[in-house]
Design a protein around this ligand. Sequence first.
Ligand code: SAM
Length: 251
Amino acid sequence: MSAYNALAEVYEWLISDAKLTPAEFASSFDDVLSLLPSNAHVLDCSCGTGQLAVGLAGLGMHVVATDASEAMVRRTAELSEEFRASVRTVQADWQELPDHFDDDTFDMVFCVGNSLHHAEGARGRVAALESMSRLLRRGGRLVLTSRTWELVRARGSRLDISDRLVRRNGRNAVVVYRWDIAPNWEDEHHIEIAVAQVDTAGSVLARSELLSSWPYRYEELEVELHRVGLQTEMSTFNLEAENYMVVASKV
Ligand SMILES: C[S@@+](CC[C@H](N)C(=O)[O-])C[C@H]1O[C@@H](n2cnc3c(N)ncnc32)[C@H](O)[C@@H]1O
């Protein structure tokens, strides 16, 4: 149920102010990018609307951007055209990636912006990570960012309504997240996201989508990375922070 085709239309309202442009999005990964040669081959395997992929291409890298959502892939191709960037786009679920690319192809694979929880449970997550690992060359790195699901689950089911209007493309919107937290970690959870644009005449245009989610504990993720041949090289995991980044290299 993680289609993202409705949210693709309004996705800019969900991206933080600091990461709106391709250059800003890519520069939020400056530390890991400094580990790459300038002509590196990189894959963003849940590219969303393409800011990271286009930003990486702007740095001179050979970039492939994939996503399960057709609308997201289309938006990435449009952004790439707008910036005259050279990004190859492919619609592919994580598990389909080995059908499109040879093993040992990429120097770095990105799976960022809280995407991996859409993989169906531990089995789906390991299959997704396995695909990403296969495509990395030996010594290549997976860069993964994640919500701290331990915090999300501890807060329980709730409604989060943005406390300020979010302004994008000259339009204001209220952003709402409805968290439906299941009793057990391994159960399917749901997140409903709504972007309600309000115009000056007071009309409201709402777009929303119900997404499936399978949260995971950090310790599970570490074990799963190891299972697919990846070794954690760096992690910012901290139980008090909302998000973390893990960099894992292929052994
Ligand atoms: C929260 S968005 C993050 C997008 C982008 N990485 C960012 O940081 O803005 C999650 C993305 O994961 C994609 N996604 C969900 N399930 C997927 C799957 N099974 N295979 C590949 N991509 C998937 C969605 O289509 C969506 O674009």
